[in-house]
Design a protein around this ligand. Structure first.
Ligand code: GAF
Length: 391
């Protein structure tokens, strides 16, 4: 069954009637610019064809019922509960999948306190792989925000909806993430990546040119699961904040590669390497945008490779499975490859000639089997559109 049908069927099982509509939002792949978003820096993600669907209707009372194919039981609260459900950053008080939905409802209510928020029923189904670093959570947030924006007649713009999604993630779920994933999902366009300045939230659509160049983006999901509400992500963020404070700047965005020698003198080795990753990664995003514009996607391979090395050696967020996927793809002729997303598991991407996708995929499968790793999930993605109403 397709995900939109699953969302609709689940909605009918929950309510015994058809939904008013079905809304969807995509997951994302980050082409380059990792852990730069919460440093006010640059990112270049694109929305993918995998989407999360929310079938929804308003109710006549103030109850909220949310159901998901991820979970056996629906969650019920009242609209009034939203005001007290998420007191601020910390452990969620509802099951995690529902905190993404209820957190968005809460953030939208906080943004529009005078709007007459009403109860709703909402059922979620998704074909975005969960735990793969492809922003299944931002897709839930985007689908929910789009549904409520229409049902509650809020008329909010995509950037405001993205901010509400991020607020849900930070304060309802308790994951200290940046704004990249929500913006990537909200601003997705076919055949283009979103070049985002995470300080100003200025976004420019950059044609990727993958298809005309005969290239595919192969996702290599290691199936090593990760979570950004726990340890490593938060620690990396704190190291970046420490580095910025030692350099006397508001955020690492304010440093350039020319500042690195001074940074090396001022901080311990670990903090310095975290800073060096972010500063050089910001530069790689700018270089990638320039290369895409001037020479096309074949020219960005070395930047992707350098990005992976920086995450592996300086930021230390890769895992052996990600390194093996990247190394194997490159050894089998990929133009470039790197892990994508927050790290500590999840997926890597490889930019591969269309007629080499099968060979690279076979090589990665064999390398994983030889290393005794679990089988990876391999599939190609294309830059795709942002949220939409499907029915
Ligand atoms: C995760 C976060 F949600 C993003 O905000 C970003 O920091 C990313 O990790 C790393 O680039 O996806």
């Amino acid at each position: 069954m397709t995900a939109p049908d699953a969302a609709r069927d689940l909605f009918i099982a929950l309510t015994s009637h058809a939904p008013t509509g079905v809304w969807s939002a995509p997951g994302r792949v980050n082409l380059i610019g990792e852990h730069t978003d919460y440093n006010d820096g640059f990112v270049l993600p694109f929305a993918i064809q995998h989407r999360t669907y929310a079938a929804a209707s308003l109710r006549d009372d103030d109850r909220i019922r949310v159901a998901s194919t991820f979970a056996a039981d629906p969650v019920q609260v009242s609209v009034a509960d939203l005001d007290t459900l998420f007191p601020g950053a910390g452990a969620p008080t509802v099951p995690e999948w529902s905190a993404y939905v209820l957190g968005v409802a809460w953030a939208l209510r906080a943004l529009t306190p005078d709007a007459p928020g009403r109860g709703f029923d909402l059922a979620i189904a998704s074909d975005v792989p969960v735990g793969a670093g492809l922003s299944s959570s931002a897709a839930i947030e985007g689908a929910t925000a789009s549904a409520l924006n229409d049902l509650w007649a809020l008329d909010l713009d995509p950037v405001t909806l993205a901010r509400a999604g991020r607020r849900a993630e930070n304060e309802a779920v308790g994951a200290p993430t940046g704004i990249m994933d929500q913006m990537a999902s909200m601003l997705g366009q076919p055949d283009a990546a979103t070049f985002l300045d995470c300080r100003t939230l200025d976004a420019v659509s950059i044609p990727t040119g993958f298809a005309p160049a005969g290239l595919e983006v192969l996702v290599m999901d290691t199936k090593v699961s990760h979570s950004h509400s726990t340890g490593g992500y938060r620690e990396r963020r704190e190291a970046c904040e420490r580095g910025a404070a030692l350099m006397g700047v508001p955020a690492l965005r304010d440093l350039g590669v020319g500042d690195l020698p001074r940074a090396a003198e001022l901080m311990d080795d670990v903090t310095f390497r975290r800073v060096r990753h972010v500063v050089t990664e910001d530069q790689r995003v700018l270089d990638t945008v320039r290369m895409l514009r001037e020479q096309g996607p074949r020219a960005i391979g070395d930047l992707l490779i350098a990005s992976h090395a920086s995450m592996r050696d300086d930021f230390e967020i890769s895992v052996p499975e990600l390194d093996l996927a990247v190394d194997t793809a490159l050894a089998t002729g990929a133009v470039g490859a790197r892990m994508t997303g927050g790290g500590f598991g999840g997926a890597a991407i490889a930019l591969v000639d269309r007629d080499r996708v099968a060979a690279v995929s076979d090589a990665v499968r064999h390398a994983f089997a030889d290393a005794g790793f679990g089988a990876p999930h391999l599939f190609t993605v294309t830059p795709s559109e942002g949220p939409r109403r499907d029915a």
